[in-house]
Ligand binder design. Structure first.
Ligand SMILES: *Cc1c(COP(=O)(O)O)cnc(C)c1O
Length: 408
């Protein structure tokens, strides 16, 4: 069956719904889920040619799967990159990036505010294989530049950061990387391509945790690297096929369908986060609000330029705030009181869900840091993080007010 092909130059909203492999002979309108570990070969001769890579065709899901390929194509279309390679989780994507690009003796420059597991992966795990990583300030471009060494191969950033929403200048970091013959990788988990396309600002590799906004409903783990096709074919696929950190077809299908509603979810959840942040800023028991959509945010202008992939600049769906308190113990008690008074928001550190989540970074996601490290990172005992979902704004305000109004 030859199905009609999509025209060229479609808008991202259309690509998010339509990009996939061709339909099967049955003409399903919702993309098929090929939940199979292997593929039957028509003849022994065909099998031989496919295994010798002389002929295209699926053989075994670790090597390739149509549902996974549909998800990869759709994500690449949204990021504006030539190709993408899917992985079993966001961390597996960063592992794959390192395995593909780094060798014993190489050096990495990484933001000191990246996801905690990312930091451990670079420092502890890659460290075992002779890769050294320098951690620098998220927003100080000069610090990135002066950390460069002759053997620097990769710069790695994440923007905005979790939980303080610091925004780095992707274009400036890509210039630093390229002047040093190194590559820039950006973890685009927080904004997703609906708000921010790092490749447009010169990033060579865009890393994803599909577990967050791409799935969007907190169901599955997934990850991906988006980049030039040459890297996918020659560097990353040979590793995933051998090392096996591939995405399961079921999870790929969930993320594929999640991407259809990504842009409207990101817009709605960002708008909710903006309204919440404005309301929090006016609350007498809140001493500081961290949200790139607020004019008071130190990188507000940059964020509004950089996070405008589908319309006006938006701040993303994550808001953090400090509650009042005059000692670490009071701050912690007050933050816990706000979290425990929430009846709608889920107490969990995940984000990117349609269900609003609320957490205390200092004792959970950043609990393994020492007091000094936490202080340097600006993550105090009074800090509360909210990742806005799709509930009604008034119910979320009431949820936070329940605890905030009673603080002493
Ligand atoms: C969650 C997360 C990851 C890791 O993704 P997993 O899918 O949990 O492995 C990486 N980076 C950021 C910014 C994240 O929030």
């Amino acid at each position: 069956m030859i199905w009609r092909e999509l025209p060229e130059n479609l808008h991202p909203a259309t690509l998010a719904v339509r990009t996939a492999l061709e339909k099967s002979q049955y003409g399903e309108n919702s993309e098929a889920l090929y939940l199979t570990s292997s593929f039957v070969q028509p003849t022994a001769e065909t099998a031989a040619r496919r295994f010798a890579q002389e002929e295209d065709g699926y053989t075994y899901t670790r090597v390739g799967n149509p549902t996974v390929n549909s998800m990869e194509r759709r994500l690449a279309a949204l990021e504006g990159t030539q190709a993408a390679v899917a992985t079993s989780s966001g961390m597996a994507a960063i592992l794959l990036l390192g395995m593909g690009l780094l060798r014993n003796g190489d050096h990495v420059v990484c933001s000191q505010s990246v996801f905690g597991s990312t930091m451990r992966l670079f420092s502890t795990e890659f460290g075992k294989f002779g890769v050294e990583t320098s951690f620098v300030s998220q927003t100080d471009v000069a610090a990135w530049r002066s950390a460069i060494r002759p053997n620097t191969r990769l710069l790695f950033a994440e923007t905005p950061t979790n939980p303080l929403t610091d925004v780095c200048d992707i274009q400036a970091l890509s210039d630093v990387a390229h002047n040093a013959d190194a590559s820039l990788a950006v973890d685009n988990c927080f904004c997703s391509p609906a708000l921010q396309q790092p490749a447009r600002f010169g990033a060579d590799f865009v890393v994803h945790s599909g577990t967050k906004y791409l799935d969007g409903q907190g169901r599955v783990m997934a990850g991906a690297i988006c980049c030039d096709e040459r890297y996918v074919e020659e560097v990353f696929l040979p590793i995933t096929r051998t090392a096996g950190m591939v995405l399961s077809p079921f999870n790929a299908w969930v993320v594929l369908k999640g991407m259809e509603t990504l842009a409207i979810r990101m817009a709605a959840q960002s708008d909710c986060a903006l309204a919440l942040s404005q309301w929090l800023q006016a609350h007498p028991n809140v001493t500081r609000v961290y949200y790139p959509g607020l004019a008071s945010h130190p990188q507000h202008d940059l964020a509004m330029r950089q996070q405008a992939a589908s319309g006006p600049g938006r701040g993303g769906a994550v808001v953090s705030f400090d509650v009042k308190g005059d000692s670490p113990a009071t701050l912690r008690r007050n933050a816990f009181a706000v979290i425990d008074a929430a009846l709608v928001s889920s107490i969990t550190t995940n984000l990117g869900d349609t269900k609003t989540t609320i957490s205390h970074p200092a004792s959970t996601s950043h609990g393994r840091l020492t007091d000094a490290q936490r202080e340097a990172a600006g993550i105090g005992q009074g800090l509360v993080r909210v990742a806005a979902g799709l509930e009604h704004l008034d119910d979320l305000k009431a949820d936070l007010a329940r605890g905030l109004d009673l603080l002493k």
